[in-house]
Design a protein around this ligand. Structure first.
Ligand code: HEC
Length: 278
């Protein structure tokens, strides 16, 4: 079992990490950047948008080869068709998502002052559908994966610029996401930060642990393990299960707050979805 050794290592990181508990978002962002800069002095911060492939030259080469014929291409093509299809009331996704659609991924997630909640792209798409008289899609299903893959592709190279508006509810959502990130859970009692900060760059079984910076820039992802393209929240579910914890529902308030916190940490990086991962 990897747990005992890991637990010892993980404990070492806790003191440093809890020091940031009451920091403002911009201080969190600066602290996280400086953490990875110190940990990987030879790796540019922007490189982390490629996840584990920024940290492992051998795996990066295999991955780049795969990118010659990227397996997410089918999802992009299907998504382009879905984007053109009229909704039940005759309106289009552009009518609902704005004139810039499909180049809108950079606008999400944002804090929606009307609902008092974090709005993600996936939730916005389902809201458009329901408002037009269509059924909501399954958040883990192929249609949502396809349409978000197309939108991500069209939004490539746009900059992540998540804002925390001057609204106490927005800061509360951010803080909730941050608490989720640093909270130990599951039978293994690991927080996200233990694997993706304390142990970053090390191997967990065959996998190289990626940095949190850049964790949200490249979704949806075609995973070889899934044999299909899937969303960020599916990865959250899997990382929760990995520590033998209970995964939450995709697009639950907690996962959206987590996405808000994580996306804010990637401010200034560019969008590079969809992507391929092992
Ligand atoms: C027990 C260790 C472990 C914990 C705890 C853990 N993860 Fe992971 N996570 C992994 C592994 C292994 C991978 C696959 C290799 C990689 O990309 O880091 C991964 C991958 C990811 C990815 C995809 C990275 C990419 O480049 O596509 C995201 C996002 C992620 N984790 C987020 C989280 C979040 C958020 C939490 C806390 C809820 C969390 N993880 C907790 C082990 C962990």
């Amino acid at each position: 079992m990897f747990v005992s050794g890991w637990r010892r290592l993980a404990l070492g990181g806790v003191v440093a990490l809890t020091a940031q508990v009451n920091a403002a978002p911009e201080d969190d962002l600066a602290a996280l950047r400086s953490f990875y800069e110190k940990r990987f002095p030879d790796i540019a911060l922007e490189a982390h948008i490629d996840g584990a492939y920024a940290l492992d030259e051998g795996k990066r080469e295999q991955w780049l080869e795969m990118e010659d014929f990227p397996p997410y291409e089918i999802a992009i093509d299907e998504g382009a068709e879905l984007f053109e299809e009229a909704l039940a009331d005759g309106s289009s996704y552009s009518d609902c998502l704005g004139d810039d659609a499909p180049v809108v991924k950079q606008n999400y997630p944002y804090f929606d002052e009307t609902t008092g909640q974090v709005m993600t792209l996936d939730l916005a798409i389902n809201n458009c559908r329901v408002a037009a008289g269509d059924e909501a899609w399954d958040y883990l299903g192929p249609e949502m994966a396809a349409l978000t893959a197309f939108i991500a592709y069209e939004s490539r190279d746009e900059e992540v610029a998540v804002e925390i508006p001057d609204d106490p509810r927005a800061l509360a959502a951010y803080e909730d996401g941050k608490a989720f990130y640093y909270t130990r859970r599951g039978q293994l009692n690991f927080a996200c930060s233990h694997c993706h900060m304390t142990m970053v760059g090390n191997k967990l079984r065959a996998e190289r642990l990626s940095a949190t910076l850049g964790h949200t820039t490249h979704w949806p992802v075609y995973r070889l393990k899934w044999k299909e393209t899937g969303p960020l929240h599916r990865r959250f579910m899997e990382c929760n299960s990995q520590v033998r914890g209970v995964p939450l529902e995709p697009q639950s308030v907690s996962y959206r707050n987590l996405e808000y916190f994580l996306s804010y940490q990637s401010n200034g990086l560019v969008l590079n979805g969809p992507a391929t991962r092992k």
